[in-house]
Write a protein that binds this ligand. Sequence first.
Ligand code: IVH
Length: 667
Amino acid sequence: MTPQQRITELRELLHKHNYSYYVLNSPTISDFEFDAMLRELQQLELEHPEMYDPSSPTQRVGSDITREFTQVAHRYPMLSLGNTYSKEEVADFYERVRRALNEDFEVCCELKFDGTSISLTYVGGKLQQAVTRGDGEKGDDVTANARTIRTIPLQLSGSYPQEFEIRGEVLMPWGVFDKLNAEREAAGEPLFANPRNAAAGTLKLQDPSVVAKRSLDAYLYYLLGENLPHDGHYENLTAAREWGFKISDTTRKCRTLEEIFEFIDTMEVKRKELPFATDGIVLKVNSQRQQKHLGYTAKSPRWAIAYKFKAEQAATRLNDVTYQVGRTGVVTPVANLDAVQLSGTVVRRASLHNADIIEKLDLHIGDTVFVEKGGEIIPKITGVDLDMRLLVGDKVRFIERCPECGTLLVRVEGEAAHYCPNETGCPPQIKGRIAHFVSREAMNIDSIGPETIELMFGLGLIKNVADLYSLNASDLMFLPRMGIKSAENIITGIRSSLGIPFERVLYALGIRYVGVTVAKRLARAFNNVDALMQATTDELVAVDDIGERIAGSVYGYFSKEENRVLVERLRAAGVQMGIAPEVLLERTDVLKGQSIVISGVFARHSRDEYKAMIEKNGGKNVGSVSKATSFILAGDNMGPAKLEKAAKLGVRIVGEDEFLSMLALQE
Ligand code: IVH
């Protein structure tokens, strides 16, 4: 099946399942399977922009709802803001407000944080619930994830209202974002385009412990409730700061249009020094009494408006196009430019993504091109200034051979990317695979960095990952900038990687499409590498979460002689090629075929421990209650929405002790 056919097939299937779920209220597949299909489609659509279709199931506008979280209705809808792009429009807003109020008023000026919005409910000073924006009417309950964000207080101090909501933006600071993307690049995983996507993606992860590691931040900017202490929005925010919330200290109250413009001018400059992304300014009429008087349109308040910063653009000369080969052999064209200043940094290079984009821009060497940095890390070329095209050079044509090893490139029918097929002989692919193998989530040999790999590969000490296990300290100690101590460190690191469990070894091999989760699934389904190597694609597809694309890639990997030899060499060195017998012994089938929702607060074990117990005993942990749910493992304070749904669908509630005795684990 071509990727195009698969896209069409997935779209049809997902439309059908959406209908059974939302309209008929009787899902025919699990949420997990649904989400796996949706993700596969998203990935394929990303790889095939030519297949864009506004009616694809991935394109449901303005909604960030996923199926694995419980949905919660917002008590007050989460509205958006009207956008303006010029000071004239800001002046129009100010004038509209002035006329409608016909009395003095203040405007609270704030930064527009470029993250993902969240609504927090506090009762009795405790965080009760955190919900994403969703479609504005209802969003996902991401409380467990929000609890991991250190700037969201779990317990307030001072004198706060008994019950209120506070809204704000969850952000991923630039530093965290850059580090995360560097790790993803080393692991061969797709990069996040900007901190906004990274923050939104992180908040929707199913595992709060991973969320916790990503160091998200949260700024709050809007209070709602019956008993707020002040009429002024600014004054309420100031009070909220005392209760423990993170409120930006850049916020200002202005009276005149001049003061507002001054704020805008200051922030256009200052925002470039901030550790997180902002995309504009928000202006709010300060008094809630006056806000009420001004009211709302269908979509947004009349008392507030956003002024968006312009995406900075610069024109510069295209000098040439070079090509980079990644770990998986994908060849990316890079534009080399005359240095130009853009959003506070000097830009010399821009990504051109693939051959289609070059063709679409009809690029010629010497062209004057426009570069933009709209939120993305790597600047992109958005167009060519045709008026400047007087004396240009050659038309840019995508290369035919790999710039690193000379092999003829291949382009899979219908795919945008060109690949170098010389997996075992092309240097950047070999070095990239080694870097992936030693990375943190794989074999975690942190004593080996990219420079060491470069050195060892350059000198012919290692040609593949199995060679690492034949190294001695004496092979390394004479390398530049290395002493006996670092050499021994490296060897110790390699030795300790022999304890890394099989599922991570499987991930470390760097099989295309086998990320951390897929590796886990495969390891648990086949227990050891021999069973996996013998699996047919049908047997692979029968595993949860594994589609044809992944199955084909795994099957293809193990059909190659050189990969089988590599596995044997790693096994001989002592690398784990199966799940440890003691882990296997602990596993049971007690919960086989059961879909279990975990809800509430537990006394005997943590939520993560229960999750692990379910998986170890053959069950499946799912996020939301449906007809297919076998039972709910419920602690204290189970959410009322879940209780109601369970009662309606007749799903059984199982308490902590009952669950433990099911597993005969009760102390
Ligand atoms: S106030 C009714 N203040 O922008 C007004 N929103 O287009 C509610 N945002 O969904 C929003 N910074 O995610 C407000 N200082 C700020 C903001 C802000 C960022 C986001 C927020 C909202 C969107 C509105």
